[in-house]
Write a new protein. Structure first.
Length: 410
């Protein structure tokens, strides 16, 4: 290692080994610059004499949290027609604030699945350049969708000719948008495979895109080395997307037995946002969510929670995805307690927000666990989250890329 490398050591009463699903006591982590060089116990790891040592005591160290479904450019207090008033520069600036709030909540990596005007690419680049603080971002650019579908904007009448930037109909048209999104910086592809709750005039149960279109889209993305995330609430949309080879299905509300079987067979990940329903039903009306959307939510939220439980029981690969942006950024961690209430062990919920997303994103060599050779993305919480998962709503220590960006512990 270079002579000028900076060595930092964290010690804590506990650490979570997400790869083996184990709690480690008397933990020691050694970081050199932005990399973890050793992780283990006080007995197994020697603390270098020149290191800066941070002794956390009654804390639990965990890998940096990863949220696979956020919209950093979306403001939870502005929904429906209120959203039409904000310009692209305005929502990009709001994203700056949201990126910081997300990082401070312990989420060191996010997958941003849908943003206008490649504002997500700009945010990612500003974070990577060190201009602003935020999580590592995997970004989709504008989500693909059919004309009039959930990923189109259907609020204004015909004479305004409003068409969202990701709208494309037909196999070759979707290939072209995938290529364009990659050209302008997307590192993941997102499309809408069914109607949605918050879009005007769409039905959650109804499929959008044919199998042929989904297959073309997935083929194009995979050929270019990108993974695909699909918004799907409806049963046929979920199943058709899985058959077309998508990497993750988002929401997955009206799942059936066959959908579970298909996900197990194809190794598809589910990203089920089971907290957001509480925010939509309590704060949504004030925030401008349309009455038709509130009506859809009253049906979808409950079914989604039941099906979350079934999917967990069946052993489907689950990742933490919150849809923050619909609800306030920084509150991402509130979903953990719901994931445990609806069938996960605390360890499973933590794995869903660490090692599983790393694998979904094909970043398991560098992210997702505290292990020598991986990037130093680490969070610390006071107490033991395996005893009380809601402790993850208050992350006291955040280390991203070897930098201590938040520390209330000292
Ligand atoms: N963005 C999603 C949609 O509009 C939000 C769904 C939220 N509801 C839920 N129960 N997960 O469809």
């Amino acid at each position: 290692s270079a002579a000028c490398a900076k060595t930092t050591v964290l010690t804590a009463d506990r650490m979570i080994d997400v790869e083996n699903g184990k709690l480690i006591t008397n933990a020691v982590v050694v970081m050199e610059d932005n990399t973890i060089v050793a992780a283990g116990t006080k007995r197994s790891v020697t603390i270098p004499s020149d290191a800066d040592v941070m002794e956390l005591g009654d804390y639990t160290l965990m890998p940096g949290l990863m949220d696979m479904h956020v919209h950093l450019t979306s403001d939870a207090t502005k929904h429906g027609y209120k959203r039409l008033a904000d310009s692209l520069p305005r929502v990009t600036l709001t994203g700056v604030k949201h990126a910081e709030a997300t990082l401070m909540a312990g989420f060191t990596t996010v997958r941003n699945v849908g943003a206008p005007g490649f504002a997500d690419v700009a945010l990612r680049d500003a974070i990577n350049d060190g201009d602003i603080q935020g999580p590592r971002m995997f970004v989709s650019g504008p989500s693909l969708g059919v004309t009039g579908g959930h990923c189109d904007n259907n609020l204004l009448p015909y004479e305004f000719h409003t068409v969202s930037e990701g709208v494309a109909d037909g196999p070759w048209a979707v290939r072209e948008i995938v290529r364009r999104n990659i050209k302008y910086g997307a590192t993941v592809i997102k499309f809408c495979g069914t109607g949605g709750v918050l879009s005007k005039g769409t039905k959650v149960g109804v499929q959008q895109y044919t199998f042929e279109e989904m297959q073309a889209l997935v083929d194009e993305a995979h050929m270019r080395g990108l993974t695909v995330a699909t918004h799907a609430h409806g049963t046929s949309g979920i199943k058709t997307a899985i058959k077309a080879g998508v990497d993750s299905v988002e929401h997955v509300s009206l799942l059936d037995e066959e959908g579970i079987e298909l996900a197990l067979e194809h190794g598809t990940y589910f990203s089920m946002d089971i907290y957001v329903t509480e925010y939509i039903l309590s704060e949504g009306e004030k925030a401008g969510i349309l009455e038709e959307s509130l009506a859809k939510e009253r049906i979808v939220g409950k079914r989604q929670r039941e099906n979350f439980q079934k999917a967990v029981k069946a052993g489907v690969k689950m990742v933490f995805g919150s849809d923050a942006g619909v609800y306030p950024h920084g509150d991402n961690g509130k979903q953990f307690a719901r994931m445990v209430r609806f069938g996960m062990t605390p360890m499973q919920a933590i794995q869903a927000a660490t090692i599983h997303p790393a694998t979904l994103l094909k970043q398991q060599e560098t992210l997702g666990s505290i292990r020598a050779g991986k990037k130093a993305d680490i969070v610390g919480v006071k107490g033991n989250p395996l005893d009380d998962i809601s402790l993850l709503e208050n992350v006291g220590l955040v280390v991203k890329d070897g930098h201590i960006v938040k520390s209330v512990a000292m």
